[in-house]
Design a protein around this ligand. Sequence first.
Ligand code: MG
Length: 416
Amino acid sequence: MGTMLNRRSFLQAAGAGLGSLFSLEGLSAAVQTSTSPHGRPKLKIKDVQAVPAMGALYVRIYTDQGVYGHGEAVDSVSGGVPIVAGFRWALMGQDPLNVELLFERLRTSGIFAGAQAGQYVSALTAVEIALWDLTGKAVGLPIYQLLGGKTRERIRIYCDSGTNNRNDPKAKEFIAQIIENGFTAAKIDIDDGMDPDRFDRVNWTANNLEIEHMVDKVAFLRESLPRRIELAVDMHGRYDLGTAKRMARELEPFKLEEPVPPENVDAMRDVRESTSTPICAGENLFLRHGFRELLEKRAVDIIMPDIQKCGGLLEGRKIADMAHTYYVPMAPHCQASPMGTMATCHMLAAIPNALVLEWHWGHPAARTVRWKEFVKEGDIIQKGFITVSDRPGIGLEMNDEAVKKNLRPGTPWFTA
Ligand code: MG
């Protein structure tokens, strides 16, 4: 009987006009009314709210049945609140379990509004992750289960070192904490626009002394860390091609991130072809489309999308799958809170080619109250790994009261 009703309601939706059926709106209406009732929850979105907080954008999607989903976006989130408000027309009254449909509808409807990259995609990312959290809660499953199941129990985390300089009085303490906390990998930033020996603040060519200083930072960390802890190096895309090639040659035993900006894929490939140092890029690229040329031209050894920014969890999985056909692993950039970090871990648990995940909420000494109290489950990093949650959705409960204490005075909060 259910099937007949479904078919009838599908036809009724189609009866609104063949033209509307073949539009995304028409398809959406048809899917809404023809969904199978075989134990599948039927929810409707009743509110969408966004809050700018601590350099991030938090989104909550509420339903008519009490359950809600929480998502987070980072970095490219200025203006995120009005962008999410602009998504309401496509979300209100819809079935939140049709994540791909809602994502695609918002993406394609924004092609003249910047939906190719940047703030638009990051706002969409927070919505996408909230929909996955909501779907997981509605069906009682962790998100990794909805993305294909688990290929690993725990995700390896690498630690931003917090220091790169042998003259830093805190260096010993920070490095000791990387080791004590059980991390198996660390990363340092070596680019320095304020190097006193720099000739020119705008030109991108590093001189001999600047190169020496950068190499010394790497040497210092390498000699301070035990061999089992791998070391990666970030140049933040701030140098030109000649400097990038010199540094790649100097750093052949290490992994090097964005020696040149990623927009010119041919230049990135030039660097990669000049060296045996593994080259990694992608923290400022968006959607599958942002990674296609990088992979096709074999310009990188490792990709590093930020999953809280590049399109979300299913888009992240699609990027990973595309990379896997080129035998390229994924090591995501991550600036997120414990909620966003765990969301990324669900995606990494599902893909075969996960390498390691960044942890960057300050340096090791900043394994702070802010990090540890952000969710009610406490510190999610144990001995350099995060065990992916088996609870429904993201599987963590945000400690709203603790988070609110860290907000700038006057910041609005969720009202539902
Ligand atoms: Mg980076």
